[in-house]
Design a protein around this ligand. Structure first.
Ligand SMILES: NC(=O)c1ccc[n+]([C@@H]2O[C@H](COP(=O)([O-])OP(=O)(O)OC[C@H]3O[C@@H](n4cnc5c(N)ncnc54)[C@H](O)[C@@H]3O)[C@@H](O)[C@H]2O)c1
Length: 453
């Protein structure tokens, strides 16, 4: 089928590439001419495992091309996916300007029946807004052309996005009629060969499903973080508790980790957008509000441990902290809402120096952190430790699992290790000589002094 994907970000690039991989002819369009020029030269603007090779293969096979030209993209395509950003607006509502602008641009160029498919995460009612925007644009241009609007929210996970798109758990399709449902079935049929994963439903339910999934996931994280704090207080170990509850098939092991709070471009934004929408409907959401509150405090939980260790926030001045991992999770360069940003800004605010390393997210982190002589950008995990008073692990990249902790310890000036992702064995860390702090587990000391509650 001939397909246009609007937006060449994490979702748009993965969607276009995977649709092309399955034999569709895809044009991926973005308003950012620089991004499109670089894509046409084979430069991929994001880090996503497996994407580059698949994208280049499909460009070479002429199934995938990139453009900034709506006229070119719309006239050649039957299906128009909208995969543009929907950032949080000023009050916490989803900002739909980019989605509605894309809808308007499609309507401007339409020369026949089109299906507009909303892949961006949008509040219930957005398909109606898209329809109204397009109808108004067509009317303004004196055109009467039929079109359908579909809700097809995306569930891919950054870091494993290709796999998620190629082998989805489910594909949610919200439609208003059978004709467009059949077209969507055809578009996704190559992904359904092993078994049916397409769920056709009404548009409002499809739009709500995306928010429901994300707040469900966010609630698991906040609940585990709250339980972790109870574990710390009571002497229980959150990792043992996690294993104990995860064995219950009603609970399961996935997405059941305590840590430094959730970040990224989706969970915080979608949680807040749903809270905002509920408020606009006059409906209270105490549970959703609590998920957000717990997350905000969890982002400072490690900082509070650091302050306790050094007995006062004033004692952070001129201390050197080596920070391992900056991205909001492993296997991505996405720094949006990364908990590391909150921690780093707090440490700088207290006069500390930071030595930072992330395998792929440093370039994006540089755009979001101030130009400050107290920040040192390091080449690898060991140079982060040189002369450091403490190490802080923020992102559980696989390469940090086998960190040479003895070498790290030798390179350091101090001996504190704050593990925000429970990656290491506390006994071993204490044996190496660290004062080791993690989440939801008791601190382990190389000697028995220094930790002040
Ligand atoms: N990133 C994820 O993991 C993920 C997962 C599922 C759903 N989503 C949702 O998908 C949507 C896109 O997210 P993303 O992370 O890919 O965003 P992104 O910021 O990485 O990319 C969005 C792209 O859209 C382009 N754009 C904006 N307005 C445009 C317009 N009118 N015409 C053409 N291009 C335009 C921007 O230039 C940008 O390149 C959001 O609603 C997000 O919530 C994201």
């Amino acid at each position: 089928m001939d397909i246009l994907v609007i937006g060449a970000g994490y979702v748009g690039l993965v969607t276009s590439t995977c649709l092309a991989e399955m034999g569709h002819h895809v044009i991926c369009l973005d308003i950012n001419p620089n991004k499109i020029a670089r894509l046409n030269q084979g430069h991929i603007p994001i880090y996503e495992p497996g994407l580059e090779e698949m994208l280049k293969r499909n460009m070479a096979a002429k199934r995938l091309s990139f453009s900034t030209d709506y006229s070119y993209g719309v006239t050649r395509s039957l299906l128009c996916f909208i995969a543009v950003d929907t950032p949080l607006g000023e009050n916490g509502q989803a900002n739909l300007n980019y989605v509605l602008r894309a809808a308007e641009m499609v309507a401007e160029q339409m020369d026949g029946y089109k299906v507009i498919i909303n892949k961006s995460t949008v509040p219930v009612g957005t398909a109606e807004l898209v329809k109204e925007t397009m109808s108004a644009t067509l009317a303004k241009n004196g055109k009467t052309i039929a079109f359908d609007v579909v809700s097809n929210p995306e569930f891919l996970k950054e870091g494993d996005a290709i796999n998620d798109f190629m082998k989805p758990d489910r594909v949610i399709i919200g439609v208003e009629n059978d004709r467009v449902a059949a077209l969507m079935r055809e578009a996704y049929s190559p992904f359904m060969l092993s078994h049916e994963r397409l769920m056709i439903m009404d548009v409002a339910s499809a739009e709500m499903t995306k928010y429901a999934a994300n707040v469900m996931l966010a609630s698991r994280i906040s609940l585990m973080n709250e339980l972790a704090r109870l574990c710390e207080h009571s002497g229980a170990d959150i990792d043992r508790v996690r294993k104990g509850i995860g064995a219950d098939s009603r609970i399961g092991y996935k997405f059941l980790y305590a840590g430094v709070g959730f970040g990224g471009s989706c969970l915080p934004k979608d949680l807040n957008a749903l809270r905002f929408q509920a408020e606009s409907w006059g409906i209270e959401t105490p549970l959703l509000d609590a998920i957000e509150r717990v997350n905000q405090t969890q982002k400072l939980h490690l900082l509070n441990k650091i302050i306790s260790y050094y007995a006062s926030p004033h004692h952070l001045k001129d201390k050197v902290f080596g920070i391992l991992g900056l991205a909001f999770k492993p296997n991505t360069d996405d720094m949006r809402e990364a908990p590391s940003l909150v921690l780093i800004k707090e440490l700088l605010h207290h006069g500390a120096k930071v030595q930072l390393y992330d395998p792929v997210a440093m370039a994006n982190a540089k755009l979001l952190l101030p130009d400050n002589p107290a920040i040192c950008w390091c080449e690898d995990e060991v140079s982060v430790a040189e002369g450091a008073d403490a190490i802080i692990l923020m992102t559980e990249w696989k390469q940090f699992r086998f960190l040479d902790c003895e070498l790290v310890k030798k390179s350091m000036h101090g001996k504190a290790f704050f593990d925000g992702r429970n990656q290491y064995n506390p006994d071993k860390m204490a044996a190496i000589g660290f004062d080791y702090f993690s989440i939801g587990r008791l601190p382990y000391f190389s000697t028995s002094q220094s930790y002040v509650h």
